[in-house]
Design a protein around this ligand. Structure first.
Ligand code: PLP
Length: 379
C-alpha cells in the first residue's frame, strides 16, 4: 500500500475527488513539465529539428515499461478512438464473420467496429451482460469460430468488471481471432503485460489512469502488424524525417517499428513532457501498489455502501480500482450534481454510481461519500 500522495496534487482539503475514471487531476510536477514545454514555443529559435525526435522516443520507452513491451512497438496517438480506428483499418474481417464487443462497451471501441462490420458484410456480436458478473466466462462463451476480432477492454467501464485477458488472449490465438484492447480504464491502475496477453493492438488514452493530459495516448502494435497501413500519412512517420532539407525527396519507407502509426504533430512539446512525467511517477509508485491502494479504499466503500442498500461485483471479478455501485431503486440522474454541491465527485454511468479513487484520496474522502449516499438513501 502507498501512503497518501495528495501533496503531489493541487486538490483542496474540502474536495473529495473520487472520479479518476472521468478524468484524473494532473499532478503538480506533470503540470510544471507541460507548462515548461508549452513555454518553449515562445522562443522557437531554441527548438532545433533534432528535438522533434527526442521527447517522443523517451515517451515510447516509458510507455513500453508500463505495458511490459518494447519501445519499438509504441505509437503516439491523440485518443483511444484513433488507436482503435488504426486497428480496425488493419485486422482482416471477412464477409459473414463477426467482431466481438461487450454489452455497454465504450463508444470509441464500438463505432469503428460497427462501421468495419457494415463495410465487410460482417456483424457485431455483443457479449451479453453476465448475471454472475463474470465477464471473462461470458467472453469465452462468445468466442466461437465466426469471430474475426475480439475488441475488448481490461475493465468494463460501467460495471468495473475485470476481464482475464491472459485466458482470453489464449482463446483468441487458438481461434485465429485478432485481439484489440482499449486499456483506457485500466492501464496505470491494473497490472498488464503485452508479453502475457499478446494482443494485436492495445490503446490507452492518457488522461485517466495514466494521470496525463487530455489529447495524448499510446498505442501498442504487435510486431506482426508493424508493417500495416497507418490511419494518416504524414512526414514524420517516414524514414527520411530527420533530414528536414530532404523532406521533398518523397520516400515509400516508414520509420521503424510502430512509429508509422504515429499521429501528425506527434512531437507535442507541451503534452508529451506532462504525460511522461506522470507515467514516470506511476512506474515509481508501481502499478501493483496503485491497484492495492485504490482497491483498499474501494473495499471499505463497498462494505459501507452495502449497509445502505448498494451492491457491486465482488473482487476478483471486479477490478480493485473501479467500484460501480448499484441498488434496486434507480439512481437519480442528477446525483453527481447533488454530490458536487457537497464537493464530492463521482460519475453515474449506465445504472451505476462509479467511484474511482487514486493515491491522492484519503479515508475521509470515502467517509464523505458514504455520508452523502446515506442521506440520499434515507430520502
Ligand atoms: C473505456 C474508455 N475508452 C476510451 C475513452 C476515451 O476515448 P477517446 O480517447 O476516444 O475520447 C473513455 C472515456 O471515458 C473510456 O471510458
Amino acid at each position: 500500500m502507498l501512503p497518501c500522495q495528495r501533496h503531489l496534487f493541487d486538490i483542496p482539503d474540502d474536495v473529495a475527488y473520487l472520479n479518476c475514471a472521468y478524468m484524473s487531476p494532473l499532478m503538480k510536477p506533470a503540470l510544471e513539465a507541460g507548462t515548461a514545454g508549452l513555454a518553449r514555443k515562445a522562443h522557437p529559435w531554441h527548438i532545433t529539428p533534432d528535438q522533434f525526435f527526442t521527447g517522443e522516443e523517451e515517451f515510447r520507452t516509458i510507455a513500453a515499461q508500463l505495458l511490459d513491451g518494447s519501445a519499438d512497438g509504441i505509437a503516439i496517438v491523440p485518443s483511444a478512438s484513433y488507436g482503435i480506428a488504426t486497428a480496425a483499418r488493419n485486422v482482416p474481417v471477412k464477409k459473414g464473420q463477426s467482431i466481438l464487443v461487450l454489452a455497454e462497451q465504450f463508444p470509441s471501441n464500438y463505432y469503428p467496429w460497427q462501421r468495419r462490420a457494415e463495410e465487410n458484410s460482417a456483424s457485431l456480436k455483443i457479449v451479453p451482460w453476465p448475471e454472475d458478473d463474470d465477464w471473462t466466462a461470458a467472453v469465452l462463451d462468445s468466442l466461437t469460430t465466426d469471430v474475426a476480432v475480439a475488441a475488448l477492454p481490461h475493465v468494463q467501464w460501467t460495471s468495473g468488471g475485470r476481464l482475464d485477458l491472459v485466458r482470453i488472449g489464449e482463446a483468441c490465438r487458438k481461434l485465429g481471432a485478432a485481439l484489440v484492447l482499449d486499456l483506457t480504464q485500466s492501464l496505470g491502475a491494473l497490472p498488464f503485460s503485452v508479453r502475457d496477453v499478446q494482443p494485436d493492438f492495445a490503446v490507452a488514452a492518457s488522461y485517466k489512469w495514466l494521470l496525463g493530459p487530455y489529447s495524448i495516448g499510446l498505442l501498442y502494435v504487435a510486431p506482426k502488424w508493424q508493417g500495416g497501413i497507418p490511419l494518416e500519412e504524414n512526414w514524420i512517420q517516414r524514414a527520411n524525417a530527420r533530414d528536414f532539407a530532404s523532406l521533398i525527396l518523397y520516400t515509400e519507407n516508414y520509420d521503424v517499428g510502430a512509429r508509422r502509426f504515429d499521429m501528425g504533430e506527434r512531437s507535442n512539446f507541451a503534452l508529451l513532457p506532462a504525460a511522461m512525467r506522470a507515467m514516470k511517477q506511476l512506474l515509481e509508485w508501481e502499478v501493483a501498489q496503485i491497484s492495492e491502494t485504490a482497491g483498499a479504499l474501494n473495499r471499505q466503500l463497498a462494505n459501507a455502501a452495502a449497509d445502505i442498500g448498494f451492491s457491486a461485483p465482488a473482487e476478483p471479478l471486479r477490478a480493485p480500482h473501479y467500484l460501480a455501485l448499484r441498488r434496486k431503486e434507480a439512481i437519480p440522474k442528477e446525483l453527481p450534481e447533488m454530490l458536487a454541491r457537497e464537493k464530492v465527485f463521482v460519475s453515474v454511468r449506465g445504472s451505476s454510481i462509479r467511484v474511482t479513487p487514486h493515491v491522492y484520496n484519503t479515508a475521509e474522502d470515502g467517509e464523505r461519500l458514504i455520508a452523502c449516499l446515506r442521506r440520499i438513501a434515507a430520502a
